[in-house]
Design a protein around this ligand. Structure first.
Ligand SMILES: Nc1ncnc2c1ncn2[C@@H]1O[C@H](COP(=O)(O)OP(=O)(O)OP(=O)(O)O)[C@@H](O)[C@H]1O
Ligand SMILES: [Mg+2]
Length: 557
């Protein structure tokens, strides 16, 4: 644009028709400069040029600033939404999810979503600029601009095919990544087993096959990118050359006008290229968007329905009346359960494997909803209770102790502030769970890291830490899924003491696998095939229930 301007300025006498010829409608620039009181000298024009580019630099900075803000807002929003939706899922629907898929979408795929978004934004921006340049080119020399636009439009057909294939490869890539993540999670989780059995070798082949498949899809995307990059310039330059030839020979255009138009077009071409690269970047990341939306939909469809508003400040009684439950209607897992949990008593659930013990505790913890019958907390129906407030009153010691890869203090206090009050609470909880000796033996006391899944401590210690966490929480109902694994007698004794020390301080429900636990419970519930077949104290049941008697004799809990 400035070359004809400088050319105009350099000439002694500027005649109006000459200006019109080389600048087209953009003549207003020259008129503007003279109207502003400046003489049309090369220095003025060069200064004008500098000011314009300075302004452009400023706008570019503002643009970058704005973009990064929008991007940050977007990434935060999508991450928050994903984490919130995951947390709001009903437990039952969560069971249908695949860990690899959740993990992959929430970590790796999020980046693809963000990249797709950034690419989309960039494409839009380039498209707007392209339009501006095309309009400017049109103003300078409309025949040229129209011819080139047609050329640009035609090349797009080739690109469309590439975009389609890229999208397919991108979606495949994302789905394969779910599988890979899933296998990877399990490789880490079951490392000990895989290592000890040398199964890791076989497992590794499975992992490798997914790595190969993922890279195959990635390669396809790379090749499509290469084709696009490589063909873009020859195609576009071909179109330009064709247009110039047509202009010179057929339309007999003025060289200076063509030159200006060509400069405009060169810029426009840049933006055509940017639009295309932007769109290609968008399609290569579309897989992330597809799987992200799919997962969010699954999250939304699996939301826990909880419109209850009555807070359960404390849990005094839990009553199940004729409660039945099945994951599907034709297969009832619990059949007409009647049970009242009250008076800070300790209940031991015993029964064969698959008899419904875990399912019953899931109902009691409000994790799953009875298919029929009623479940009430302090006499209020489950539907009317604010479940989150109820769960705040629940402690759950799962069969496989939950240990976070953090310090012992954070594991017990669940990342509470290390203020005087919490430190005192921590001490009390640790003391009740018989952890003092362990803490003393650790190199950095309660600030010692416990490793992934508590890899650095023993099974019994893990369980005691889990107990301490629930004690720190101060709960009204403690659900205790006793470990079935054979523990050494020392640990068993210590766990027994742990349970004993808790008795009477809250309602305790134990899924019991040890005779000692069963013996000491206030009430034993014998489960059989989804029913509470009998209940009572140890001695009562030994006399009245032959199944229980046999179970005790054979130690089959
Ligand atoms: N998510 C699920 N979907 C379908 N069926 C399930 C699901 N979870 C458990 N079940 C079935 O429910 C029945 C009761 O299972 P539950 O886990 O309550 O038994 P359990 O008494 O705790 O057994 P164990 O002593 O082996 O832990 C079993 O037949 C089991 O197959
Ligand atoms: Mg179970």
């Amino acid at each position: 644009m400035f070359i004809p301007l400088i050319q105009v300025a350099g000439e002694e006498s500027v005649d109006d028709s000459q200006v019109s010829e080389s600048l087209g409608i953009l003549k207003f620039l020259v008129t503007g400069i003279t109207k502003a009181g400046f003489e049309l000298t090369p220095l003025v024009i060069l200064s004008f040029l500098f000011v314009i580019f300075l302004a452009k630099g400023l706008i570019k900075y503002l643009e970058g600033h704005y973009k990064v803000n929008v991007q940050m807002f977007f990434v935060k929003k999508i991450r928050y939404q994903m984490v919130d939706s995951l947390g709001n899922m009903a437990f039952r629907n969560f069971l249908k999810l695949d860990a690899g898929r959740v993990q992959n979408t929430l970590s790796g795929e999020i980046y693809k979503i963000v990249s797709a978004y950034v690419a989309y934004f960039n494409t839009l921006q380039s498209a707007v600029l392209l339009l501006v340049y095309l309009i400017l080119a049109l103003m300078a020399n409309f025949e040229f601009a129209i011819l080139v636009s047609i050329g640009g439009y035609l090349t797009n057909f080739i690109y469309k095919i590439i975009y389609r294939h890229t999208e397919t490869a991108s979606v495949n890539n994302s789905k394969l990544s779910h599988k890979y993540q899933s296998l990877l999670i399990q490789a880490v989780q079951y490392f000990k087993y895989l290592k000890a059995t040398s199964y890791f070798e076989t497992y590794k082949l499975k992992l490798r096959s997914y790595v190969d498949q993922i890279e195959e899809e990635q390669k396809k995307i790379g090749i499509f990118n290469a084709i696009l990059q490589a063909s873009r310039e020859p195609l576009v330059i071909g179109v330009v050359i064709l247009v110039i030839i047509v202009q010179i020979n057929v339309l007999d255009g003025n060289i200076a006008a063509i030159f200006l138009s060509l400069l405009f077009f060169y810029r426009a071409l840049n933006y055509i290229m940017l639009v295309q690269t932007g769109w290609q970047a968008f399609t290569s990341n579309l897989g992330g968007l597809h799987v992200g939306v799919e997962l969010l939909n699954d999250f939304e469809n699996g939301l826990e329905v909880n419109s209850g508003t009555q807070k359960a400040e404390s849990v005094r009684t839990i009553t199940l009346t004729d409660v039945s439950f099945g994951y599907n209607p034709q297969n009832a897992i619990l059949k007409g359960i009647n049970l009242t949990i009250e008076d800070n008593r300790t209940y031991a659930l015993v029964g064969r494997s698959g008899s419904g013990k875990t399912t019953l505790t899931n109902i009691l913890a409000g994790l799953i909803e009875p298919s029929s019958g009623t479940f009430s907390i302090n006499g209020i129906q489950r539907e009317d209770v604010d479940l989150a407030s109820f769960r705040k009153r629940i402690g759950y010691i799962t069969q496989e102790a939950v240990i976070f890869n953090d310090t012992l203090f954070n594991n017990i206090s669940f990342w509470a502030d290390q203020n005087l009050e919490n430190i005192e609470r921590f001490r009390k909880a640790a003391q009740l769970a018989h952890l003092e000796e362990l803490i003393e033996s650790l190199p950095e006391k309660e600030d010692t890291l416990l490793g992934d899944n508590g890899i650095l401590i023993s099974g019994g210690q893990k369980q005691r830490i889990s107990i301490a966490r629930e004690l720190f929480k101060e709960v009204d109902l403690l659900i205790f899924d006793e470990a079935t694994s054979a523990l050494d007698s020392e640990t068993e004794k210590s766990i027994q003491e742990n349970i004993e020390s808790l008795k009477g301080s809250c309602h305790i429900i134990l899924i019991a696998h040890r005779l000692s636990t069963v013996k000491n419970a206030d009430e034993i519930l014998v489960m059989n095939n989804g029913l509470i077949e009998a209940s009572g104290s140890f001695s009562e049941l030994m006399n009245s229930n032959p199944r229980f008697k046999t179970m005790v004799e054979l130690q089959e809990f």
